[in-house]
Design a protein around this ligand. Structure first.
Ligand code: DC
Length: 220
């Protein structure tokens, strides 16, 4: 097999299938994986836990500069309240700046002696790792993504309201795409895949075929 890619930058909106794809790519190519959304979630969650306002830029920036490993293990990291707070703190330039070095270090020196890394998020190919060897942008219609999230919540034992899930996702999409600081856009040259009609296996197969076609034959 060809040598694995050094760096895979994977961007896209929420519930487009990034997380599953990133984990599978990391396992397939033997790379480390960083879910960068978890960093923004950890900042948003800690701001809420400390009773502060996620719109308070100075406070959120301070939390981002002092993020602790334990913050990434907070059981509320995936809650809806945390999701909304994360998208608010993610719009603050100083928060993004304070998380940048950490993400670049992970990409440059992947943990566990791995030969490379997969980073998934919103601005990996555009801002964090613009020189990544492979850039992917995975997306899906708002309806398809909201339906996936609705089913995930149901499977987790919650009793979600379909319309509310869609409205909350639309609000988050707007914040992620319309913010001035690193808005969600495909990086130039990214492989863009719409997963609305594809299951996780089909997404994985298409992306692996694309990556393998990009891996230089002389490294095979
Ligand atoms: O992927 P996620 O839903 O866990 O991301 C949580 C929030 O963080 C989301 O509103 C977008 C933001 N985010 C970001 O701005 N940049 C990243 N690289 C990753 C996530």
């Amino acid at each position: 097999m060809a040598a694995p890619p050094r760096l895979i930058a994977l961007d896209g909106p929420s519930a487009a299938g990034k997380g599953t794809l990133a984990r599978r790519l990391a396992a397939h190519y033997g790379l480390a994986h960083l879910d960068t959304g978890a960093l923004y979630r950890a900042v948003g969650r800690r701001v809420l836990r400390e009773g502060r306002d996620p719109a308070d830029a100075a406070y959120a920036a301070q939390v981002a500069s002092d993020l602790q490993p334990v913050d990434l293990e907070d059981p509320e990291l995936r809650s809806e309240a945390t999701s909304q707070a994360a998208s608010m703190v993610a719009a603050i330039p100083a928060v993004r700046a304070n998380l940048l070095a950490w993400q670049r270090r992970f990409a440059a020196q992947p943990p566990g002696g791995k030969p490379g890394a997969v980073l998934d998020g919103r601005d990996i190919g555009t801002v964090i790792c613009p020189d990544a060897e492979v850039k992917l942008f995975v997306t899906a219609s708002l309806q398809a993504r909201a339906e996936r999230r609705f089913r995930e919540l149901q499977a987790a034992g919650a009793d979600p309201i379909r319309r509310a899930v869609l409205d909350e996702m639309a609000a988050r999409d707007r914040r992620d795409s319309e913010r001035a600081a690193a808005p969600l856009v495909p990086a130039p040259g990214a492989f863009v895949l719409d997963t609305s009609e594809l299951d996780a296996d089909a997404v994985f197969d298409r992306v692996v075929a694309y990556i393998n076609s990009r891996i230089s034959p002389r490294r095979a």
